[in-house]
Design a protein around this ligand. Structure first.
Ligand code: ADP
Ligand code: ADP
Length: 225
């Protein structure tokens, strides 16, 4: 597991300030949620951690190593988005294997890692199915398995439950909690749903208008000084 340090990270799009200068440390194995209304800068911050958006200023350190100038592919980070972003013409197993194939891992290692990831996400029975035949909840489990299959240092999730109905959301919330406990991975999670943040997080980073307002455990969110 991994410690993440965000040092004075900031992002502007022309005259729009998407994220004011932000400092944040996510401890090893911690589940930290960015909680805030639409437009508060959550996705922008997550994308800069992932290496998918270039910061206007500041540094990002992973286990003390400055990765700010490294491409996304060299950051060892798993990412899960709201819209799954699966490959419809690949089976579940092929989707999950994809990050390892990209990394040119040997076939036996890929097979073992895919088996493990499918088991963790409880997808064994669906391994041979095409992803466009699956329900939204099943597809999001595939996206979770694909994000952890290469044992990333850090997993980032952007509203992973956003497209699901309430019952599936509740199921998958449990699933995410269980995976976090089982893997011990450091997770940065984005949502605008307060209940979701309260249930999942070790700490919540409250954001508004491109600023971090407060960082506290759920129990202290409302009565911190
Ligand atoms: P959130 O994830 O909290 O909804 P975002 O990080 O998506 O917030 O957006 C923060 C601000 O930055 C918003 O004002 C948004 O319109 C702006 N923004 C985000 N991405 C871009 C972009 N590619 N170009 C211009 N403005 C952007
Ligand atoms: P979210 O709330 O999940 O951030 P948004 O609707 O704000 O979703 O943004 C969706 C996509 O559009 C993101 O890739 C974001 O960077 C981009 N985006 C958001 N606001 C703007 C903007 N004003 N101009 C251009 N791109 C934007």
């Amino acid at each position: 597991t991994t410690k993440l340090e965000i040092r004075g990270i900031t992002k502007s799009y022309g005259k729009t300030l998407a994220l004011g200068s932000t400092d944040l440390v996510v401890e090893k194995g911690e589940f930290l949620t960015l909680l805030g209304p639409s437009g508060s800068g959550k996705t922008t911050l997550l994308m800069m951690i992932a290496g998918l958006t270039e910061p206007s200023g500041g540094r990002i350190l992973i286990d003390g190593v400055d990765v700010t100038d490294r491409p996304s592919s060299e950051r060892n980070i798993g990412v899960v988005f709201q819209n799954y972003a699966l490959f419809p013409h690949m089976t579940v197993a092929e989707n999950v294997a994809f990050p390892l194939k990209m990394r040119r891992r040997p076939a036996d290692e890929i097979a073992a890692a895919v088996r493990d990831a499918l088991a963790i996400a409880q997808l064994n029975e669906l391994a041979g199915r095409y992803t466009d035949e699956l329900s939204g909840g099943q597809q999001q489990r595939v996206a979770l398995a694909r994000a952890i299959v290469f044992r990333p240092a850090l997993v980032l999730m952007d509203e992973p439950l956003g497209a699901l109905d309430k019952r599936l959301r509740d199921d998958l919330k449990e699933e995410i909690r269980r995976m976090h406990r089982q893997l011990g991975t450091t997770i940065v999670y984005v949502t605008h749903d307060q209940d979701e943040a309260m249930m999942l997080s070790d700490r919540i980073c409250l954001m508004d208008k491109a600023q971090v307002v407060q960082v506290d455990p759920p129990s202290r969110l409302y009565n911190a000084p």
